[in-house]
Structures are given as C-alpha cells and as structure tokens.
Design a protein around this ligand. Structure first.
Ligand code: 13P
Length: 255
C-alpha cells in the first residue's frame, strides 16, 4: 500500500483567533488543491471553530493538541472528545512530550485518550520519543516500546487504520537540532516492526509514521525522501505560512 505524505503543523500555544484565521485564509490560497499531500493544522482550542469556519472544503484537516478522555463532567479547564469533534476537528495530538514533561501525562493516560479519541471517531496523532539522556543510555527502543504499549493497549487492526504515530525525539524539539535521517529512519523502522509484532503483520507498513523535531524547509527533503518517513509534525516552522507552504511543496515533490 502506498502511504500518502503528510505535513502536520502543531502550533502549540501560539496564535490568537485573529492570527489563526488570517493564517488559514492565507495558507488556503497558497496550497495546490490537487496536491496529494495530507495537510493537518493543530491549533489551540480557542481557534479551532473559527478556523474550520474560515477554511472552505475539507482539504485541510484540523486537529486539537490534547483532550481529556472522559465524556464530560467536573474537570475544570479540560476539553472533552465530543467538544473537539464539534469544533470541527478530525485529528487530535495525544501524548506530546511537552504534555508528558510539563503536565504529568503518563503512558497510561495517553492510552485512555487514544481509546476515547477512536470512540469519538477522532484520529489520534500519538507522539512518542526519547530524551537525550535516554538516547545516551541506549534506551531508545525501551522507551518507544513502553510508550507504544501504553498508547496502543487494546487497539485492534481496524482501529489502527485511524492512528498516526509521530516520532519526536525530545532533544530535537525546538532546539534547531533535528535527528539525522539515519536516526529517524532507525526509529521509524523500530515503530513499524513493533506494530507488525504487536498488532498485525500488515499494520507496520500501513501506518503513517511522522517525524517531528526541528523540521524546516532546509532539512525536510533529506528526512522526507526516506520511504519510512511519511511526513512531519512541525512546530516552529508551521507558524510561518511561507515556511509551512514550502514544506507542503517539498512533500508534494517527493510524493
Ligand atoms: P519544532 O518543530 O518546533 O521542533 O517542534 C516539533 C514538535 O514538537 C511538533 O509537535
């Protein structure tokens, strides 16, 4: 099966409603309607509904950056899956390393969120990745294994069709130091092997696996040209409409 290249932006805690909709309008005018690349924008909760209203058609997928696993209730400050869905999202980033490191997310809570997302027909983009210390200690595969086990506990083959994995080494996020293509490919191949072994034979090749961590127009081609790297989850460079458009163009070239 030929997997489609995907360029996904993670705006993190950036952009007001006005800034987000201005980006949406501008970006929509720049991208080619006939490009076969998947495009996803993961905006702050506050901007989601307005961006969906701004974008015409479904060319650009919209995603949230987190959500709670419960249906509703007394969880001040949290957002439920149905809310994310009704704001116009079809995707949700789950288990981003910033959420794990700064907001106490664990492999177990990520697993609950993945299950809740799938139940609500939201497509989770599950983030995994090791810290620099873990890499130096030779623990990359152990960490990825634990994170995948937690996130994908009980997920079957049919559900896996809607799951994207994003390999984001923590040391490469926001540092300007991207993983080398060799390091990224090695991790992506481990992920595919894990899926094959733990979920189902064909799933390893069917699942979209993105790379995230300082991806930008200058290094995207060297990463995206590898068959095992299906695309990018892009932080800093997704905030600039020209850079993000260039990333879509680079992925389109390679498709
Ligand atoms: P940067 O592209 O800013 O390194 O961020 C990557 C990331 O965390 C995407 O989720």
């Amino acid at each position: 099966m030929q997997r489609q290249k995907v360029i996904a932006g993670n705006w993190k805690m950036h952009k007001t409603v006005e800034e987000s909709t201005a980006f949406g309008k501008n970006f929509q005018n720049k991208i080619l309607e006939n490009s076969t690349v998947g495009i996803i924008l993961c905006a702050p909760f506050t901007s989601l509904f307005q961006i969906r209203e701004t974008l015409t058609g479904n060319r650009i997928g919209l995603g949230a950056q987190n959500m709670h696993w419960e249906e509703e209730g007394a969880f001040t400050g949290e957002i439920a899956p149905a809310m994310v869905k009704s704001a116009g999202c079809s995707y949700v980033i789950l288990g981003h390393s910033e959420r794990r490191q700064l907001f106490g997310e664990t492999n177990e809570t990520v697993g609950k969120k993945v299950e809740a997302a799938l139940r609500h027909e939201l497509k989770p983009i599950v983030c995994i990745g090791e810290t620099l210390e873990e890499r130096k200690d030779g623990k990359v595969e152990t960490v990825l294994d634990e994170q995948m086990r937690g996130a994908l506990d009980g997920i079957d083959t049919a559900q896996m069709q809607n799951v994207t994995i994003a390999y984001e080494p923590v040391w490469a996020i926001g540092t300007g130091v991207n993983a080398t293509p060799e390091q990224a490919v090695e991790a992506h191949q481990f992920v595919r092997g894990w899926l094959k072994e733990n979920i189902q034979d064909g799933i390893g090749q069917e699942t979209t696996v993105l790379y995230g961590g300082s991806m930008k127009p200058a290094n995207a081609e060297s990463l995206l040209r590898n068959a095992d790297i299906d695309g990018g989850l892009i932080g800093g460079a997704s905030l600039d409409v020209d850079k993000f458009t260039e990333l879509v163009a680079i992925a389109t070239e390679l498709s």
